[in-house]
Design a protein around this ligand. Sequence first.
Ligand code: UFG
Length: 343
Amino acid sequence: MQMEKNNYILVTGGAGYIGSHTVVALIENGFTPVIVDDFRNAQRSVIQRLEELTETNLLVNDFSIHDKNQLIQLFNKYPFSGVIHFAADKAVGESVENPLKYFNNNLGGLISLLEVMIQFDNQKLVFSSSCTVYGTPDLVPVTEDTPTKMPESPYGFTKLMNEQMIHQVQTAHPELNVAVLRYFNPIGAHLSGWIGEEPQGTPNNLLPYITQTAVGKRDFLTVHGNDYNTPDGSCVRDYIHVVDVAEAHVAALNFLNKRKVGIETFNLGTGKGTSVLEMIRFFDEISGMNLPFKVGSRRSGDVPEIYANTDKANEVLGWTAKRTVKDAIRDAWNYEQQAKEIQ
Ligand code: UFG
């Protein structure tokens, strides 16, 4: 692998769900992650677990990326060879109740980061986007050329705005070299069981709700609708193992190191759709349980069916999702069962 002389990578939101798994993947591939996280949405114990897992002393900076002075000090200290930007709020429901929080954090955070990157002529950025930018697509699977649509939630709107901001800023500063990664539905946990998804309060997302129901934290799962025009009537998503997502960030950095691309956008999915009812069936198979669930009404804003065409990431990044949805369910279940002991 071709690597620059210095290999410090700034990872904003490095203590979060996808960020922490990416920190592991970076270390495994010879990079030195420098984490910036204000821990408003991450447990501090994640750092200790990451250090044990990777047998490394991590470089951790506890501040918000809104604090430009601290960011500037950090860029003065480390000659970053790339930036991976995860730090953002991501709760769809909360964003509907408090859109200004999302505009402030997700738009303001990116502005602050880009300003400092440009000031330091730091050119390589890997940006966390979401399949939410496709809205309800007319056709599945979606390719990167599928037109974006106005997302249903303020959260989704910030991701679409973030992408557009990056395009306009890159036009003004052509030296910027950006990989935009549109995640489908990241799930699962590290194989070790030491890091995983840690939702605050009641989970909104399907798999954490399933595993919390299975350990007795929730009484039953509600399936949000079984009357969609899909094979079994429940919604279909492209669930992708979080470690595959993490590895895609390493592939994206290597790609930016090799080529000046301007901006390239990639879908990160498996290319395969799985329904909510299938997810429950897979969970039962893996856990040997009978998950209690009830069918409820549709959840507002849900897209009936979306999954990725991943050809571009496969061909251009040389990355492909290696793990199956069942691997991800098994690892999330393993993590949920260990979580009580390690927090
Ligand atoms: N679901 C249920 N019951 C639940 C939770 C979810 O039936 O208790 C269903 C949903 O209705 C949906 C599917 O499971 O059909 C997946 O829902 P998630 O909430 O796990 O994920 P979404 O596809 O809704 O994705 C959302 C946002 C994305 C964001 C992602 C991760 O739309 O933009 O959450 O935060 F990236």
